[in-house]
Design a protein around this ligand. Structure first.
Ligand code: NAG
Ligand code: NAG
Ligand code: NAG
Ligand code: NAG
Ligand code: NAG
Ligand code: NAG
Ligand code: NAG
Ligand code: NAG
Ligand code: NAG
Length: 355
């Protein structure tokens, strides 16, 4: 009787966790539950679309391109479109009047969606004599200043002459001076980049021109990015010949829940952590708000904690960096000793020596 119950239970869990005939690959990107394409294959909000010619993967609604999914890291990378601001229309000197909203995903509404901008990202601005502000929040605090940076283009050759004309001159002399000064780095001249310390589902981006004497105004667009890459301020970019139309950004994915993992008695948290040898970890967003949880394989295991049987023992003996002596893999761990006749610490390279 007990055996039958156990068998029924197991079948129910397996059916919920691993639906058959689910697409797990699109182009050269692999994915698994909680992500999926077909109904029944994904956790709510984790639906993906594979383009009809099967080369590019998109998030749910088909507008945001997915570049990579890492289930162990609970992250995905998206191809985040650049935001352009027209100085003539949008940005006025000294006035913040150019605003746009950046969402982690079209699927993510500010409160309920499963995607949050990872702290690995930056805000970047390409342009001259302007400041970019990044504001973020949740329903309660919607307007926190989260990050900011300023890009200036100092007058070339003295300053008086430069101040004389304020007519949208963006000639090569400036470009080259900017590049020479900063050796290709995006660090405040012509381009700036700043870390994002708090993860929110969406942000407001504002551009404000500096109120300074002796600064040129330039007639090319300001371009802002949220990206996890370090910008290279090349001559092509400075001259607006080849500004990237999109750059990768990292999103964290979260199983939304109102309960903390540390109160499992009657909480719903952890229900998606189906694998043995996995556990539930609270995910707190900006403002330390509990957004839900991630599932993680226990130490000594790796794989997909979201499906039954997804976390596998790591064979440390056949993985680099664990043992430099006699090695024996065990379930969830390993034994590492210096070879017979030697002593020392076999866990460090050349750690074993003759006694
Ligand atoms: C795939 O299809 C889309 C539109 O359906 C098109 O824009 C894209 O160029 C195609 N890609 C390839 C590699 O054929
Ligand atoms: C897939 O995600 C989009 C949002 O990105 C949503 O509007 C749509 O309803 C979802 N589709 C299904 C079948 O859940
Ligand atoms: C996962 O995270 C680690 C550590 O932060 C990083 O080195 C690695 O590149 C990440 N992998 C993916 C696929 O994002
Ligand atoms: C912002 O721009 C709009 C036109 O795009 C204009 O009507 C409005 O007055 C501007 N606001 C400020 C504060 O300059
Ligand atoms: C900038 O250059 C580095 C090193 O070559 C590269 O890893 C990085 O991807 C580049 N960044 C962009 C945005 O292309
Ligand atoms: C990202 O998007 C840009 C603009 O749409 C496109 O040119 C680029 O090829 C995309 N990157 C990848 C890796 O598909
Ligand atoms: C969390 O609580 C809010 C407000 O009570 C509710 O609207 C939301 O659906 C809940 N979210 C989950 C994942 O249970
Ligand atoms: C558990 O449930 C009981 C009764 O429904 C409730 O009073 C209690 O607050 C809950 N505990 C937690 C940690 O949610
Ligand atoms: C051996 O080296 C490892 C890695 O440095 C260290 O963590 C461990 O504590 C050392 N063991 C002993 C017995 O000293």
């Amino acid at each position: 009787m007990r055996g039958l119950q156990a068998a029924v239970l197991f079948t129910a869990v397996a059916a919920a966790a691993a639906p058959t005939n689910c697409t797990t690959r699109c182009g050269d990107i692999s994915f698994e539950y909680p992500f999926g394409v077909e109904p029944g294959c994904y956790h709510p909000g984790f639906n993906l679309t594979c383009s009809s010619n099967d080369t590019r993967l998109f998030m749910g609604d088909g507008t945001v391109q997915v570049l990579d999914i890492s289930i162990p890291n609970s992250t995905l990378r998206v191809n985040a479109t650049a935001m352009a601001f027209d100085p003539a229309d949008d940005v006025q000197r000294g006035v913040i009047n150019a605003t746009t909203t950046w969402r982690a995903a079209a699927a993510a509404d500010d409160d309920g969606g499963p995607f949050v901008v990872s702290r690995r990202n930056t805000i970047a601005l390409m342009g001259c004599n302007a400041r970019v502000d990044l504001r973020g929040g949740d329903r309660r605090h919607s307007d926190n200043l989260v990050s900011s940076c300023t890009a200036v283009c100092p007058p070339v050759g003295g300053g008086d002459d430069a101040a004389a004309h304020d007519d949208g001159d963006g000639g090569d002399g400036h470009t080259i001076a900017i590049i020479d000064a900063w050796n290709g780095k995006c660090s405040g001249v012509g381009c700036c980049q700043a870390n994002i310390m708090l993860g929110y589902p969406s942000y407001t981006i504002q551009i404000k021109q500096l109120q300074e004497k002796n600064l040129h105004s330039f007639d090319f667009q300001y371009i802002a990015y949220i990206t996890d890459e370090t910008l290279n301020f090349t001559e092509e970019i400075a001259g607006r010949i080849a500004t990237p139309a999109a750059l990768p950004a990292t999103l964290d994915f979260v199983i939304r829940s109102n309960s903390s993992c540390s109160t499992p008695a009657n909480s719903t948290a952890g229900g998606e952590c189906r694998s043995e040898h996995s556990f539930c970890e609270d995910y707190k967003g900006g403002g330390n708000t509990l957004l839900g949880y991630s599932c993680v394989c226990s130490e000594g295991y790796r794989g997909n904690p979201y499906v039954a049987g997804g976390c596998h023992d790591i064979d440390e003996c056949h993985s680099p960096g664990y043992c430099y002596g006699d090695c024996k893999n065990t379930e969830g761990g390993y034994l590492c000793q210096c070879p017979l006749g030697l002593t020392g610490n076999a866990s460090i390279p050349n750690g074993c020596y003759t006694y």
